[in-house]
Design a protein around this ligand. Structure first.
Ligand SMILES: [Zn+2]
Length: 124
């Protein structure tokens, strides 16, 4: 297991599980590669299944897209997938991470090519 920080969120720990680590059950229950933990009682963090790095399709743009989406859950304090995705897209556009933005746009959690609310206009 390693703990690191992404430039988009220097204060939020990313806990990456590596080969041989015991994976939290939630990864298999939701068949997810990453999830966010947040709330009033805990330090917000993102848990990431590091096995994703071995996938043939994996690029750093995918990593940016995943982290941005999870930051959406944390920053908006929401379980809502569309809202987390929308915030993630705003974050990626703001950081000029356009290939990663396109990955989220193309997967269609939000309507494709929707007008993304600029990051500075989010009141959260
Ligand atoms: Zn989500």
């Amino acid at each position: 297991m390693k703990i690191w920080h992404h430039a988009m969120a220097p204060t939020i720990s990313i806990i990456e599980f590596e080969a041989g680590d015991d994976l939290p059950e939630r990864f298999s229950v939701h068949n997810s590669l990453a999830f966010a933990m947040y709330g009033t009682e805990i330090e917000p963090m993102i848990l990431l299944n590091g096995a994703i790095r071995d996938e043939e399709w994996f690029t750093n743009d995918h990593l940016d897209a995943i982290i941005a989406h999870e930051l959406g859950h944390i920053r908006c304090n929401t379980e809502n997938e569309e809202r987390a995705e929308h915030y993630g897209m705003a974050l990626l556009i703001d950081g000029d991470r356009i290939p990663a933005y396109k990955l989220l746009n193309d997967r269609g959690v939000c309507p494709q090519n929707m007008l993304v609310t600029p990051l500075e206009s989010w009141t959260i």
